[in-house]
Design a protein around this ligand. Structure first.
Ligand code: HPA
Length: 248
């Protein structure tokens, strides 16, 4: 099997039932990753786990050192990454509690270090990003969901916003007009950086709330945390099955 890493998002700072083998501190030319890389055995298979927001969930989305995280994983030999992320639901089929495996991205973030290709270049490089997620990895996740009997929506357009504030209702209307069905703050530049380093990458998104203006009243952290808690149990079961299938 290819070496697999899970990047955990909000509500997923550790991978339950991971048998931890060792923690590895990696220093990168781009600074420090969000946490030491945790090597472990998950459902009988080797995985590396990295909590995107830090071990104590203290790094907000716009402050995550995405370049260091992806570089560190590449450096230790990882070649596939599943990025787990909490998102808001925009599309009608993206109600709180839904797990989605998006197939497209629109990037609205700004001011983030979003590329490895900027200094000391021998030539200018433009990666292909027509399909921002690795389709084979997405399909394996979808297959794992069927096998594990975890209900998922096998598509979605992830609108990546800057945060850390949530969006206005009109911003969500605009995202919907653009074609977004999900909104989150960490999907980019993570996916593009993985592509720049030629790593396979797919996203497993847990809908934590109706996006701004789509539910009843304001979005509360209580609501977000409740749905993340419920959704993450499903994600753990999905990933447990995924590692089994991906290792064949
Ligand atoms: N917007 C952006 N990011 C999010 C949301 C949201 O509504 N919910 C969880 N992450």
């Amino acid at each position: 099997m290819s070496a697999l890493a899970i990047i955990g998002g909000s509500g997923f700072t550790k991978l339950e039932t991971l048998e931890i083998v060792r923690r590895e501190v990696v220093h990168t030319p781009y600074g420090e990753p969000s946490a030491p890389l945790t090597h472990g055995i998950f459902n009988g298979h080797d995985v590396v786990f990295l909590p995107r927001h830090g071990t104590a969930h203290t790094i907000p989305p716009h402050k995550v050192n995405y370049r260091a995280n992806i570089w560190a994983l590449k450096h230790i030999g990882v070649d596939s990454i599943i990025g787990v992320a909490a998102v808001g639901g925009i599309g009608e089929d993206m109600a709180p509690g839904v797990i989605a495996v998006p197939d497209q991205i629109i990037d609205y973030t700004y001011g983030r270090d979003h590329t490895y290709f900027e200094n000391d270049l021998s030539h200018v490089t433009h990666i292909d990003f027509t399909q921002p997620y690795t389709e084979t990895l997405r399909q394996t996740l979808i297959k794992a969901a069927h096998t594990a009997k975890v209900k998922i929506v096998p598509h979605g357009v992830y609108g990546a916003t800057q945060g850390p504030r949530l969006e206005s209702a009109m911003e969500i209307n605009r995202l919907e007009k653009d074609g977004c069905s999900l909104v989150g703050m960490t999907g980019m530049p993570e996916a593009a950086l993985a592509r720049e380093l030629e790593l396979d990458y797919a996203c497993c998104a847990v809908v934590a709330n109706w996006a701004a203006g789509r539910g009843d009243g304001p979005i509360t952290m209580d609501e977000i945390e409740k749905h993340i808690g419920q959704g993450m149990a499903q994600v753990v079961s999905l990933i447990a099955t995924f590692v089994g299938i991906a290792s064949v």
